[in-house]
Every structure is written in structure tokens, then in C-alpha cells.
Design a protein around this ligand. Structure first.
Ligand code: ZN
Length: 376
């Protein structure tokens, strides 16, 4: 290949990447739709009654939680901006309640059209008939087929019963396929260390550069936890239990694990500095357990000091079940017969990609917080 050709191909690759239509809206709240995308879905509301009634609650696939606005005559609104055009054929709005009282009497679905809100459909949640007034909590709006990036549910002044607007879910579909705001499979996973903390250091997150392990750190390193009666961070030790993130089947258990010697460890480390992309016969992950959650999600638990009895390949485990204990297996500390480096390296693999692949660090931190601490 000539130099010019190579340069042209590299230029083309850079240009193609830069053409991915990612629109950044600073200071706007957002969700990330998958594990391996930088495409954010932004949302905004006219107001929120409290932190746990934010707009996200209308997008979290949980009808028990709602976006609730502050009390006012209105208008109230919640806007969803995909940041990119999407095809949509229907939108389903699940109207919510506040203290078990109905809130929304009427609303309008609007699309942003040339910078101005376009009224697409106005819905009356009350349905009067010969038998009296009935209330519709679930409203399906057939769009016929639209191509749009931004829509909102607009509740006009006086459109509520008591000044609050509550919406428990807004679902958008193309055909029978629901547009995912974020990956529900990951929602509410159990943090693998009880009262564990997300790490402080950037290098403890997925995607942090590493000269070994494929050139990237692909997991989350957990070093600290707190006791029930205090938030003081305490370091994890070899007696800290490791918990299954979700129900699943054990697909790897290193019961016959043998530690590397110091010279083996150093030789392997040296090799991987220059050759990160290869098969690992004895990886730096040390003693591991892998769990298949049967929905495209696999989690792995690395550097364990021990594995709980009864955890075998093929075992079923439950969310929160103890599968082993933290350690420093696979690390230089273990090879040297010392304790340093003890932590849990925890990986989440989604549809064969590690969680965080292709994402920037602030997004990864946000995403992990949504997954494990959704009310924060
Ligand atoms: Zn790690």
C-alpha cells in the first residue's frame, strides 16, 4: 500500500467517525439507550415535584414511578429529544397519580416542527358515555408513521384536576418495537459489594486505558464499602462477600485456580505491554466467577480469594447471593504472597460488549449510577 493510500484511508475513517450525528446539549438531563452507544436521549420537564419524581421516571419502564410536576395552574410539559430523527408509529402515555388521585384531565402530543411546537393530537382522558364518565389511564396515540426527533406531552393550563401533572410512562414504538430509552436489562442490578462505593479514581472505571488486558480496562474496580450505621469508607478485605448482580447461571468457576509466581507474573505483564490483544491462558483476573443472566447480559467477578461452596459451573444463583469473597488473585500482590491490591474487579457484558465500550467517562459514571443507585 502506498503512503498516500494509507493516509487517504485513515482520513476517510476519521471523517466517517466525525459524521456520526451526535448532538450534545450541555446541562440537559439525558439517558443513554444502550451499553455501547454515545447517542443520548435528552429530556426536560416544566418542573418536578421532587428528585424522585424527575422526568426519568416517565422513561424508566416502571409504571409504579412517575414524573410529577410542581403544583401550578400550568402549563406542564415533559419533552423527549432523541437527538436524531427516529421513526415512530405510536406513542402510549400512561397517566400517573399523585397520592392516588388522578392528575391529568387532558393533554396534547406535540412534535417540534421547524422550531415551533406542532399540535399532533389532543387527548381527553375522561370519556363520557351513557353510563357516565370513565377515566382512561392508558392512552394510545396512533401516529400513522412519523419521522421526528423531538416530542412532548403538553398539559395546558387547567388541564389537571388539582394542579399536579403525573405521567408514569411514555412509550414510543416503531411498529411493535418499543424505542428503548435505556437498557432495562441493567436496571436495578445488585451492586456486587454490599454498601459498596463507586470508585473515586478514573482508572477504576471501564474504558480506562491499560497497557495490558486488551489495552483497556473493561470492568469496574471496587475498593471501598461502608457499614450500615456509617458512611465512612472502609477498604474491602478478603472477608468481604461478593454478591451476584442478578439471577443467573454460573458459566465459569475457577476452582482449580493456581497463582502465578512473581517471575511468571512479570513475564506475562511484560508480554502484554506490547501484545495486548490475545488469548489469556492465565489472566490477570485471577480466580473468577462468571454469571450468565440469560438476557444477553453476563457479569464477571475477578481477583476473588475464595469461591462460596455450592457455586459450580451450571449452578443457578439468585440476585444478591454470595458467590465468593474479595481478594487479589491474579495481581502482583498475590504472586508476592502479600495482601495489597485487594479489590473486586467487576465486569458487565451486554450483547458481547463490555458496559462502557465507546462511552466517555462521565457517561459511564452516570450510567452506573442509574443502574445501581437509581434514586440518586
Ligand atoms: Zn480492574
Amino acid at each position: 500500500m502506498t503512503m498516500l493510500k494509507a493516509v487517504t484511508i485513515i482520513m476517510f475513517a476519521i471523517l466517517s467517525l466525525s459524521q456520526i450525528p451526535v448532538r450534545e446539549i450541555p446541562d440537559r438531563e439525558y439517558l443513554i439507550s444502550g451499553q455501547n452507544t454515545v447517542q443520548k436521549i435528552y429530556y426536560q420537564t416544566s418542573s418536578r415535584y421532587s428528585r424522585i419524581h424527575s422526568g426519568r421516571m416517565a422513561m424508566d419502564s416502571d409504571r409504579d414511578t412517575s414524573w410529577i410536576s410542581e403544583k401550578s395552574v400550568g402549563p406542564h410539559w415533559i419533552e423527549i429529544d432523541f437527538g436524531i430523527k427516529r421513526l415512530m408509529s405510536s406513542i402510549i402515555v400512561h397517566v400517573g397519580r399523585k397520592n392516588n388521585y388522578r392528575t391529568v384531565r387532558t393533554f396534547t402530543l406535540q412534535f417540534l416542527h421547524q422550531g415551533v411546537w406542532f399540535d399532533f393530537a389532543t387527548v381527553n382522558c375522561e370519556r363520557r358515555s351513557f353510563f357516565g364518565t370513565r377515566y382512561n389511564d392508558t392512552i394510545t396515540i396512533d401516529l400513522g408513521g412519523v419521522d421526528a426527533s423531538t416530542f412532548r406531552i403538553y398539559i395546558p393550563p387547567g388541564g389537571t384536576y388539582n394542579g399536579y401533572a403525573a405521567i408514569s410512562e411514555i412509550e414510543a414504538y416503531v411498529g411493535t418495537g418499543r424505542i428503548r430509552y435505556y437498557d432495562e436489562r441493567l436496571k436495578g442490578l445488585c451492586f456486587p459489594i454490599e454498601n459498596g462505593y463507586l470508585p473515586e479514581a478514573d482508572e477504576s472505571y471501564p474504558n480506562a486505558p491499560r497497557k495490558y488486558r486488551g489495552g483497556r480496562h473493561v470492568g469496574l474496580d471496587i475498593y471501598y464499602y461502608h457499614k450500615d450505621n456509617s458512611y465512612d469508607p472502609l477498604p474491602v478485605t478478603k472477608d468481604t462477600p461478593v454478591l451476584a448482580a442478578d439471577d443467573g447461571e454460573v458459566i465459569r468457576v475457577d476452582r482449580d485456580y493456581k497463582a502465578l509466581t512473581v517471575s511468571e507474573w512479570k513475564a506475562q505483564s511484560q508480554y502484554y505491554q506490547n501484545n495486548p490483544h490475545t488469548f489469556d491462558a492465565r489472566s490477570f483476573g485471577g480466580r473468577q466467577v462468571w454469571i450468565d443472566h440469560k438476557n444477553g447480559v453476563v457479569t464477571t467477578y475477578n481477583h476473588l480469594s475464595r469461591i462460596a461452596s455450592g457455586i459450580r459451573k451450571g449452578s443457578s444463583v439468585s440476585k444478591g447471593e454470595r458467590i465468593g469473597w474479595v481478594g487479589n488473585s491474579g495481581l502482583l500482590g498475590e504472586a508476592e504472597g502479600r495482601q495489597y491490591g485487594t479489590h473486586l474487579h467487576f465486569e458487565i457484558w451486554v450483547d458481547s460488549y463490555y458496559l462502557g465500550c465507546g462511552m466517555a467517562l462521565p457517561e459511564i459514571k452516570n450510567y452506573l449510577t442509574w443502574i445501581f443507585f437509581p434514586m440518586q
